[in-house]
Design a binder for this molecule. Structure first.
Ligand code: ADP
Ligand code: MG
Length: 140
């Protein structure tokens, strides 16, 4: 498997709880490299676009409100098989089902406030990264 890039967000529950460093430690211990990173307060327009795939889901409004409720850290991670590796490091969407040692098991509060986002495929990563970073801001 070749070197790959994935898009990550450290979500509002985690920035509020001061878990940014703890989450970055787990990312780096997994072998993934943080090759771009910025703290932002997402706008409603950005959050609605980012989660447009979930627009018809009953939790969409709640999800957008949550994502703009406090600052987030947007990141690009790089490594071998980075997309599925980061999904493993994150753990299941619902922290009650997340494996021991995963970010969501350690830090997430609920299925909605679940501390991190990670791209779910090659096409998704390619669509998500440019929403927040230009190529010159990504330094691998
Ligand atoms: P993942 O973030 O693990 O890829 P999904 O893509 O299915 O999960 O969902 C996107 C985000 O929407 C989740 O991370 C979570 O913040 C929120 N979400 C998903 N399911 C629910 C739910 N049943 N209730 C509230 N929020 C949810
Ligand atoms: Mg998803």
């Amino acid at each position: 498997m070749a070197k790959q890039r994935t898009f990550s967000i450290i979500k509002p529950d985690a920035t509020i709880a001061n878990n940014t460093g703890g989450i970055n430690k787990l990312i780096e211990e997994s072998g993934l490299r943080i090759i771009a990173q910025r703290r932002i307060h997402m706008t409603r327009v950005q959050a609605e676009r980012f989660y447009a795939v979930h627009a018809e889901r009953p939790f969409f409004g709640e999800l957008v409100d949550f994502m703009i409720s406090a600052p987030v850290i947007v990141q690009v991670l790089e490594g071998e098989d980075a997309i599925s590796k980061y999904r493993e490091v994150m753990g299941a969407t619902n922290p009650a089902e997340a494996a021991d040692g995963t970010i969501r098991k350690l830090y997430a509060k609920s299925v909605g406030e679940n501390s991190v986002h990670g791209s779910d495929g090659v096409e998704t990563a390619a669509e998500e990264i440019p929403q927040f970073f230009s190529e010159s801001e990504i330094v691998g």
